[in-house]
Design a protein around this ligand. Structure first.
Ligand code: SF4
Ligand code: SF4
Length: 732
């Protein structure tokens, strides 16, 4: 070993020792913080499916590749990080001797070839990612950048480290080539040979370059260890467990979509008949009341901003960005952690758990952080502003896009639950809706005995459950379908089409009550459970004696569809629920309904969030429209998985939209830009919002917003065309 190698070896060992010590300390700190969360026993089920999904999502980059070039570039950088870690290891042999290499595989041509290819592709990948980050930097694009609010220096730092590590990897090889100590043939490592051709014949070159490469890598490790909230770096490790522990591992995408999680206390679902707010946790009031998976979610955020770029609230000037919400919770959790780890925290009655002695030596910043209310305005020092919390439509665009499977909607609703159930703090205008649900069983407060009014004037009898036993489908009409003028037309269209196709169906009539979706999404789990239990009982009675496969329900409202199909199982109600567009598509495909007159003038389709993203039903409504209209469907730029919300979900239908541009107006402008005369929808809420938007733009005479079923009815029974424009909605 020469004198240069003695120095390089000592320096490499020293910086590595420091970096590893700091990294171990950082990992222990992170684990301690995550363990502060509440239990989540359901996250340990089905480990095989979890492992499979984790491998598919990471190795396959299933989310990222939907982002085209950036996804591909990120894949190469990820593979580069994993495989080229071996070359960092090899550098430790090279600081000892410039001709050194990894034992065994370090001399295989296949290893030389593979690492050469990955180095080159990694270089291309990181340069692309750097260019994309620069092109999208907030100072250039302002609020339109997905990086707005991200910690930009961290992104630049990580990218430069990757670039330099790759470059020094090539330099090490180049010096070996220049000194004639490189074992791989030119055909397997042409770039290394080209680099070597321009480097001097310096015998210590490889050792010095290896030391610099180790120093760069260890600098990265030191910096991220000193910044445990640096998700842009830590996600390289945390993404794996975060995906492994996702809510529903068998779901290929958007595992945090569809059903909401039940309200839990100590990891167990809460039963309101026995729950006690002094003993049980009602929603989330403090950051440590999220489950450990929630804290892992916050730690894993890469700050990529894909969620933010798709969020309807953020895109219309509201203060909510799912990314910034997650970052606020993350920073708060880590800043409060010293207080919690010292034994601090409030019990369920609001009393401090720690003794004065326990808190005596705590940093004042940690104590100040502990005093912050989780939900509160800037003046109150709140972590999350109420306007942020209540701007969410629960559309799921954030969950859908997040490459590391963060479950934003669950976290938002958990915080809403505490605000509604314990603090009674929510936008006051929604109080009318909640009162109506409790007293009248529907958000409009309409008399229950008018639930069947929509049947009046039909030229056939609509059978009720109890009057007939041999029905195949129970037609779940929903509150909008029963009481809201425009939605009633959809209900009538669906009933007419089912009757035309000879489908045996029956309704519950006055036996139906609200599915509970708006109560659950606003956070009132108590009212949700009250309504849901009543419905589950009624439905179980209606289907008594039938297997699950024969407990078929067709619903026109995607919110009811989602709640009945995905959430009633949590309360003992197992049903086969289809959306009416699915059933209509089937009836057309099997020849039971025959469109005869194509609807012309151009048609575009707006995907309802709770049908599309939350339940992945994109094809059925398009199939129905494809059969019923003249020409092809005109798609809006934001469609299917990336459809833009109408603004009504998450109980936003019953709240005023006072900040920024109205979401429905944004969507209507997009729909109208297609030039289509008909905007087809598959949801009564979307219908209301988009009709409002069209009328607000004074375009009510030129553009019509109607349900897919009404489009089909016009094509199947043109003589029954529903004339005239539909009336303006009444909400609230
Ligand atoms: S669910 Fe929709 S509105 Fe809510 S934060 Fe996510 S993207 Fe934004
Ligand atoms: S998409 Fe996921 S990882 Fe990216 S910023 Fe949003 S929450 Fe973080």
């Amino acid at each position: 070993m020469g004198s240069v190698q003695i120095v390089t070896t000592i320096l490499a060992a020293a910086i590595t020792a420091v970096a590893v010590w700091l990294a171990v300390r950082a990992v222990l700190k992170m684990v301690a913080v995550i363990r502060l969360g509440q239990p989540a026993p359901d996250r340990f089920s089905d480990k095989v499916a979890r492992a499979r999904t984790m491998l598919v999502e990471t190795a396959g980059h299933t989310r990222m590749l939907k982002w085209g070039v950036v996804g591909a570039a990120h894949w190469f950088v990820m593979v580069g990080f994993i495989v080229l870690s071996l070359l960092v290891l090899e550098a430790y042999f090279e600081v000892v001797t410039p001709t050194g290499g990894l034992p065994l595989i370090g001399h295989w041509t296949i290893f030389g070839l593979a690492t050469e290819i990955i180095t080159v592709l990694g270089l291309v990948g990181i340069l692309v990612l750097m260019a994309i980050r620069l092109r999208n930097r907030p100072t250039r694009l302002g609020g339109r950048s997905r990086f707005t609010g991200s910690t930009m220096w961290q992104g630049y730092f990580v990218e430069w480290i990757v670039l330099l590590v790759l470059i020094f990897g090539l330099l090490i090889r180049g010096f070996k080539v220049a000194t004639d100590h490189f074992e791989y043939p030119v055909w397997a490592t042409p770039v290394s040979h080209a680099v070597g051709a321009v480097l001097p014949d310096w015998s210590d070159g490889a050792s010095v370059a290896a030391l610099i490469k180790i120093a760069i890598s260890m600098t990265w490790l030191i910096v991220i260890s000193l910044n445990v909230t640096m998700g842009v770096a830590w996600h390289r490790f945390l993404a794996f467990p975060n995906i492994f522990f996702k809510r529903e591992p068998a779901k290929p995408a958007g595992s945090g979509l569809g059903a909401l999680r039940p309200m839990t206390s100590q990891g167990k679902p809460l039963d309101f008949e026995e729950a006690d707010p002094e003993k049980d946790q009602f929603g989330v009031a403090h950051v440590e009341q999220f489950s450990w998976k929630g804290l892992l979610d916050f730690s894993t955020c890469t700050e990529c901003g894909r969620c933010q770029s798709q969020c309807p609230a953020w895109n219309t000037g509201k203060p909510l960005s799912p990314k910034l919400l997650v970052l606020s919770l993350r920073d708060h959790a880590y800043a409060k952690a010293p207080y919690l780890l010292a034994g601090g925290g409030k019990d369920l009655t609001g009393e401090e758990k720690a003794t004065q002695a326990q808190l005596a030596h705590l940093d004042v910043l940690a104590l100040a952080e502990a005093d912050k209310p989780l939900i509160g305005t800037a003046e109150e020092g709140g972590v999350i502003d109420p306007d942020v919390l209540w701007s969410c439509t629960t559309c799921g665009a954030c969950v859908e896009q997040c490459p590391v499977d963060i479950e934003h909607v669950d976290h938002i609703v958990d915080m809403r639950r505490y605000q509604v159930l314990i603090e009674s703090s929510f936008p006051s205008e929604a109080g009318v809706m909640l009162r109506n649900l409790e007293n009248k069983g529907n958000p409009w407060g309409a008399p229950q005995n008018t639930r069947e009014d929509w049947t009046k004037g039909l030229d056939f009898e609509v059978p009720r459950v109890g009057e007939v036993d041999d029905f195949e489908y129970l037609f779940w009409v929903g509150c909008a379908g029963a009481f809201e003028d425009r939605a009633k037309k959809t209900t009538r269209a669906v009933a007419t089409l089912l009757n035309e196709a000879g489908v045996k169906f029956a309704i519950l009539g006055e036996g139906e009550t609200c599915s509970g979706d708006p109560a659950r999404r606003i956070g009132n789990e108590f009212v949700f459970q009250m309504l849901a239990q009543q419905n589950v009982e009624t439905l179980n009675e209606a289907f008594e004696g039938r297997d699950k496969a024969k407990r078929k329900i067709v619903a026109t409202c995607p919110h009811c569809f989602n709640t009945l199909g995905n959430e009633y199982g949590q309360l003992g109600g197992e049903f086969e629920v289809v959306h009416h567009t699915q059933l209509l598509a089937h009836l057309v495909a099997t020849g039971k309904l025959t469109p005869v007159q194509p609807v012309d003038g151009g048609v575009t389709y707006h995907d309802p969030c709770y049908l599309g993203r939350h339940n992945r039903i994109f094809a059925a409504p398009r199939e129905v429209l494809g059969d019923a209209i003249a020409g092809d469907l005109t798609e809006m730029p934001r469609n299917s998985e990336r459809s833009f919300c109408c603004g009504a979900g998450g109980a936003r239908m019953w709240m005023e939209e006072k900040i920024g541009k109205r979401i429905n107006v944004d969507r209507v402008e997009e729909a109208m830009a297609t030039g289509a005369k008909t905007v087809a929808v598959g949801c009564p809420f979307c219908s209301t919002m988009l009709n409002d938007g069209v009328n607000g733009k004074g375009a009510g005479e030129q553009v019509e917003v109607i349900d897919v079923a009404s489009v089909l009815l016009r094509s199947v029974k043109p003589e029954q065309q529903q004339g005239g424009k539909e009336t303006a909605p009444v909400a609230g």
